[in-house]
Ligand binder design. Structure first.
Ligand code: ATP
Length: 248
């Protein structure tokens, strides 16, 4: 079994102790396929430390998105452990129920997909603020805090001047930068990005990569990047290549 590392510290098993932010151990994921099952992830292990980045590469159908879906709590693996270490807890994502998974996706796990999936009628700022309303009934204080955080993050992604513009009026690259800002709203420990630049021209794609790698370092977030682009993969601290679901 090969373990891909974007980690510098030894794993330990206590919350609060040093160790990788994400540690996936011997993960297996299968899907129903006619009478039988297809193995999408085949005994894969990997680690990512806070502030570090890991690229998951491999040919089409090799299991990259499935691996990310497991780390995102969107799919539960058949077996294996998926340890997420946050400042407050150490949790096996393979074991959490749907409600806890949804809470973790709001607070500890930021996700960016190929398409930004924004609500066009909202402004960039509202798009980010909506992340907070999903978790709690807004009060005056949480409203002000959400607005402050949204504006800070829009500044970080270079869209401070566009906070009040409808996202439907933004370019593809700008929309993806809003999606990155939205993924950071909950102050996540883990940022997951699935082909975040493949719908963009090379210049916008590079800007989004700069942003993802820069924010991972700056905010001490562990970044998993699914990509088929060798240049993007080479910019990450480490890489794992999947072939037929297995790390090679
Ligand atoms: N919901 C599903 N039901 C059944 N099989 C699936 C499902 N999702 C993925 N698979 C299968 O699992 C395997 C891995 O798919 P996955 O999408 O993870 O690969 P990928 O490397 O991300 O591919 P791509 O680069 O084309 O997006 C493939 O054989 C795929 O057909």
């Amino acid at each position: 079994m090969t373990t891909a590392h974007a980690a510098t510290t030894a794993p330990t098993d206590r919350a609060g102790a040093p160790g990788p932010t994400l540690r996936m151990e011997d993960v297996v994921l299968t899907y129903p396929d006619g009478e039988g099952r297809v193995t999408a992830v085949d005994h894969v292990s990997l680690e990512i430390d806070r502030g570090r980045s890991l690229a998951v590469t491999g040919p089409s159908g090799s299991g990259k998105s499935s691996m990310l879906a497991v780390a995102a709590t969107l799919t539960r693996p058949d077996s294996g452990q998926v340890w997420l270490r946050t400042p407050a807890s150490l949790v096996d994502l393979a074991m959490v129920d749907r409600a806890r998974a949804a809470e973790l996706r709001r607070t500890e796990i930021g996700i960016v997909f190929q398409q930004a999936n924004l609500i066009d009628s909202l402004t960039a700022r509202e798009q980010l603020e909506a992340m907070v309303w999903l978790g709690a009934r807004p009060t005056g204080r949480t409203r002000r805090a959400a607005r402050r955080r949204a504006d800070e993050l829009l500044d970080v992604v270079g869209l401070g001047g566009a906070a009040g513009r409808s996202v439907g009026a933004l370019s593809g690259g700008q929309r993806q930068r809003v999606a990155v800002a939205r993924a950071l709203m909950g102050r996540p420990s883990l940022l997951l990005a699935d082909e975040p630049t493949s719908a963009l021209d090379s210049e916008s794609g590079e800007a989004v990569m700069d942003l993802l790698l820069g924010t991972a370092r700056e905010f001490d977030v562990a970044l998993m990047l699914v990509t088929h682009d060798a240049r993007n993969a080479a910019r990450c601290d480490a890489q794992v290549k999947l072939v037929d679901g297995a790390a090679v």
